[in-house]
Design a protein around this ligand. Sequence first.
Ligand code: GCB
Length: 627
Amino acid sequence: MRNLILRMICRQLLLLSAFIYFPLALSLTANGAGPVGYSGLLINVGARESKNLSGEWRYIIDPYKTALLKSKSEPKAVFLDRVNVSPHKMMEYSFDNSPYMSVPGDWNGQVDEMALYEGLVWFRKEVQLSKVDDERYLLHIGAANYKSFVYVNGKKVGEHEGGFTPFAFDVTDNLKVGRNSVVIGVDSEHEDDSVPTPVTDWKNFGGITRDVHLVEVPNTYISTYFIQLESSDVIKANVSLSGDRINRREVTVRIPELGVMVSGNTDADGKITVEVKTPEDMKFWAPRSPILYEVIISTADETVSDRIGFRTIESVDGELLLNGEPIFLRGISIHEEALGATPNRAINKSSARALLSIAKKDLKANFVRLAHYPHSDITTRVADELGLLVWSEIPVYWDMDFGNKKTLALARKMQSDNIIRDKNRASIILWSVANETKRNKKGAALEERTSFLRTLITDIREVDNTRLITSALHKAKPKNKDGRRVYVIDDSLARYIDVVSVNTYQGWYSDMKLEDVAKIKWELPKDKPFLFSEFGAGALYGYRDDNLAKFSEDYQAEYYKANIEMCRNIDGLDGLSPWILKDFKSPRRMHGQFQQYWNRKGIISPEGNFKAAFGVLRGWYNELAGT
Ligand code: GCB
């Protein structure tokens, strides 16, 4: 009985923490071991016993959000799943007579009439269970863009805001033997206080864009863990348990190939930290040798295994060091969009591998900027396997409601959930807190922005000392220094980040001649690594012009030559991630001939054809790689 009451209390707490944006619930424990209120409830879903609910889901488009209107005390949405209703009953919804679409997937690419739809859509999946074990069931959604309303068998189990991070609900008490219905309402609309706001330069793909799993775990389960090098000499493992009995439980961490085995007992919060000296024969993870070890975490109730690489990344006297050696980041930026004429936001292992292999194998990159939001963990795992260093970011993008507490809480939550989901990925070396936030606004607006971003920076420092922090800043204004024209980074945020990164588009948005672009001088921060996080120019694949008209492949190729020349002249440049690998969908790119709602700055076409600029960048990267 006591157990049952405890279980009910725990469940209520889990539910509450899953969808209340209370700043305290956002802070992680001091040792970084585990989240309080991690929306995903557990990491590494792929290693758990689960039913993958991917496939065909019924859907109903609800443009007026009618099902969210309250009817008496219940939202109308509970009616959405009525079955066997008498024909005499007045029903204005019927899933049983509605069409299907694929989950994961975005609706824009699947249903012609929804290509530009922004709003609410209801999805239903029927799940047959032959038995309901005496364990816990968590309904885990990898991502749904942007707000979600989740019902199981007509009962609301929770809500979530944010389009790119996982969330889960404990649905143990909602399931039954036989037919179960899972209904998820997804509203893709953003408001001015959302993260991001409605104005971005990418398509707002709506839908359940990542896998949905019904995960079965023991009553006390391994929720999160963080196993990385504390320094080159020490492997540190933090493990967190959730559930009924988390105090004084034995947890063991093994890396069989290295003969590592450590164990200990959890504290009252269900956490444990163990350390072990780095074994002499351990090989460090690096782009040239992306070695991953099998790591097994176990308790008396459960075993979870992962494949983890070990590396260090540091900034020493302004230099970037990977495993103690200087590294130059030969990068490229990427949006989460699969190759193809009608790209889908939903990425699977083969589409992630296809994109990242072009970067790694064809372009000879060793680094990708995964812009402008957390990409799928499928992608970050493929990066681990292929040996690509990763920049990971949250959609704090352009102008935001920086003075708004709700917006800050939301950004903190997204960042925390992204870090918790991915902190075991060796490939990720940089967490970025923002992209091109206004630095020009005088006074309060700028202070609000900086204080907002400093909170995000402080949050990261509390939980992860195995990576560096960056932000893509606006390029600085040119200044006259000692009679010379130089670009100086004057964004006050530069002081608080570890790696200073700048986006620059001289020669594309400006009329600057390409020969002048090549000569631009930069005054860099002396004590921090410096990257170009973006530069780029648009080109329609196949459009050639010897006179170098804008949008021709030839102009883009010359633009790359000029920017590479500029990079070569910068002493102290630590890397770059030009904008961007593949053309991507963007409603703000309206040129009828060249853009047609695509941002054409890709160095490959939507289908994966290499533009001339690809060859230019590849040439330089081959040279830098010594291949
Ligand atoms: C930027 C933004 C990126 C845009 C790009 C462009 O500075 O960070 O999201 O897509 O410029 O194409 O203008």
